[in-house]
Design a protein around this ligand. Sequence first.
Ligand SMILES: Nc1ncnc2c1ncn2[C@@H]1O[C@H](COP(=O)(O)OP(=O)(O)O)[C@@H](O)[C@H]1O
Ligand SMILES: [Mg+2]
Length: 285
Amino acid sequence: MDQAVTLRRLSQGTSFSTPRTASSSSMLRGLAVASGKGGVGKTNTVANLGYALSSMGKRVLVLDADMGLGNIHILLGLAPRYTLQHVISGERGIEDIIIRGPGGLDILPAASGTRKFSNLTGEEMLTLKTELEVLESNYDFILFDLGAGISSNVTYFCSAAKDVAVITSSEPTSFADAYAFMKVLSRDFDKRDFKLIVNSVKSKKESLDVFSRLSQVSDRFGLDIRIDLLGHIVHDPVVSTAVRRQMLFTEKYPNSPAAMCIYDIADNLVRTLRPAEVRWGKIFS
Ligand SMILES: Nc1ncnc2c1ncn2[C@@H]1O[C@H](COP(=O)(O)OP(=O)(O)O)[C@@H](O)[C@H]1O
Ligand SMILES: [Mg+2]
């Protein structure tokens, strides 16, 4: 990345997108959405939550942090010309790769089908951090759609975002991975606060059961963490229908049970997420 270009951007700000509201100083809130296990609904949750927050008047940026297997743009039926990989390699500035999604949602897409950036080096993380800082004042929320597992990319974005949401279903495999994920993050990265989203449940009660079991297990094994239930998403056929049609269920089926759950989570986020800077510098210090 050309240092001069980066410094110029930092000093001049950026003009790539017109702010949705005339709000002055940004209180950017960062939320990384993780799960440990794959296929539990991270990408759908991030994209639909982004849309819901956006339709509530918030300026939202979604970053596809599943480098190498990025698929948010596929979910939205978009074909980006450039991706985060072009930013990391210095070929493009971050403004050049933003694509506008439904409802004015801004997306930083990731490439699919490459292993090149599946584990960013320290230098690559620094390049991304520098570029992202340029955008901070333009948004109220930045949501990170993480990949599965506990790779260095996943822990990097969890460290950068102030808040971490963990998604699980009520299946024991997903539950075990959510627990293992929080254990590693707390032990090795000093993350103590987690927001829980329980996906694909029959009812709110099922999500409360999962929440209480997870809290009990973490107490029993002496994990020094705090888990807050952010919400639940019911199992709903519109999710898969919308995916097949490459549309968001919150947009196409706003009155569906799953969409209502997403709006509840968005409300909850707006009320509870700590207004704080995304701490890009933390893991480098
Ligand atoms: N609440 C739900 N109801 C029904 N199906 C769901 C729900 N959440 C996720 N799915 C299904 O699971 C698939 C995987 O979801 P996705 O968001 O891509 O998971 P991840 O990003 O964690 O790998 C979706 O394509 C959809 O078919
Ligand atoms: Mg995904």
